[in-house]
Design a protein around this ligand. Sequence first.
Ligand SMILES: *[C@@H]1O[C@H](CO)[C@@H](O)[C@H](O)[C@H]1NC(C)=O
Ligand SMILES: *[C@@H]1O[C@H](CO)[C@@H](O)[C@H](O)[C@H]1NC(C)=O
Ligand SMILES: *[C@@H]1O[C@H](CO)[C@@H](O)[C@H](O)[C@H]1NC(C)=O
Length: 509
Amino acid sequence: MSKTIPIFLTLILLSFFISVMSTEPMIDDDNDIEELLAVDAEEEGNQQQGNELKSSQEATTLTKAQRIVLELSNERIKDVLDGNEYVLVLGYAPWCGRSAELMPRFAEAATTLKEMGSPVLMAKLDAERYPNAASGLGIKGFPTLLLFVNGSSQSYTGGFTSEEIVIWVRKRTAVPIIRLASVPEAEKFMGKYQMFAVGLFGKFEGDKYEEFTKAAVADNEIQFAETSSTEIAEVLFPDRNAKDIFLGLVKSEPEKYVRFDDAFEKEKMLEFLEYNKFPLVTVMTEMNSVKIHSSPLKLQVIIFAEEDDFKNLILLLQNVARKFQSKIMFIYVDIAEENLAKPFLTLFGLEESDKTVVVAFDNKRSSKYLLESDPTPSNLEKNATVQTVVGRTFSDLVLKSPQNVLLEVHTPWCINCESTSKQVEKLAKHFKGLDDLIIARIDASSNEHQELQVDEFPSLLFYPSGNKSNPIKLPTKSSSKELAALVKKYLRAEVRGISTDDQTTKDEL
Ligand SMILES: *[C@@H]1O[C@H](CO)[C@@H](O)[C@H](O)[C@H]1NC(C)=O
Ligand SMILES: *[C@@H]1O[C@H](CO)[C@@H](O)[C@H](O)[C@H]1NC(C)=O
Ligand SMILES: *[C@@H]1O[C@H](CO)[C@@H](O)[C@H](O)[C@H]1NC(C)=O
């Protein structure tokens, strides 16, 4: 481990951003290519019909009627952008796996929008084939989505499922709120959206309603619905606790209903949605990683596991997550997804892990934690056993905490650090569940504190709870057993009367 945590987190964020915007060729898997070809083939057919008209003007008119994804070329771009009030352009590259992933969703969104009578023309541009046209439009990475309104572009800020594309486009080009006037309409609406916000207003006017409308436009990914009928509201959001004005969020997952209890102001509503829109456990994908990292929920617990192991864990995780709703975000990453998993696992030196790994980030305090025991509910709720301390948190976690602290001081390059780290991890396992002992480590190459003076790496320091200014140095060359015995001795000296034996002998060292 190395570097300070803030830099690390920035790097992670950056690497996610870069990986989404990457212009470097990546290896497509066959499915992606097949999907891409399928979409292209479908569209070639449509294009051929267009070409027969031999006039780009007519072609545009035709595709406008058909509302399918139009393939742009150098010659067509100007006509298309000039001739249509709204054009959503997807800039892609044929070799780009993420483009291939997005393309079928884009086509699906185009079909849905067409069915809804949307005025948007959906188009795509092969930026590899037409690099000048692409850079002229402002397409720099792949995939890029841009909305052109009367020829001027705005960046796309929505999500990347077909439903999210449809919602975002409708917010920008049509009515942002769907008004529901009957129970069957409401039932149909519910069947269509994975997630929606529902507002109940006696009359569609007044300050509160206006704030609601503003929030609906400003939000980027949630479909808003409104109704003035309590009966319809009851269908959409049962047990509202009858109120004449109401806002709630409905999701397709075990934690289905969340009600808004704050003042009806745009910013407060948006904040409520931001904090509550994620499911109990969010599955991280290339497409939503940026969204996860930009969430205002700064406490994040990430579970890395094989898909089958995750299936066994999901109920348990949901139960834990429910307790920390809108406070801690629970995220699952398939350990096989190297691009997603590796940057995190590297932080903890666990790149090669094929076991379930649970880590936590407190992005407010810039701390990271590793859960080194089995992911059971009580272990998940407890803080990780080996805590990572940085310069800024040294005072709070080591000097001011009421517990005894065993601190491992290491650097990325020191010769015996790795074996000492392993021993400390064993000790952490051995002493697990002991409330008066914190086991922590600090990377001295990138963290400083005036109270932390060591002359060799690695160093193991025991900070007695009653005498934090006089840490005791432990011999790092000792065996785990000897170290455990020493720690026990110091703990006994510190807190007379508490026997550590019965609690701590369960794990063999
Ligand atoms: C686009 O231009 C047309 C014609 O000038 C105008 O009527 C329309 O309001 C414009 N659309 C937007 C969204 O500004
Ligand atoms: C972890 O510990 C910190 C302080 O050490 C505390 O504020 C936080 O609530 C703990 N988290 C959990 C999930 O218990
Ligand atoms: C703290 O430790 C120092 C050095 O071991 C010792 O001299 C001192 O008496 C201790 N103070 C307390 C309050 O135990």
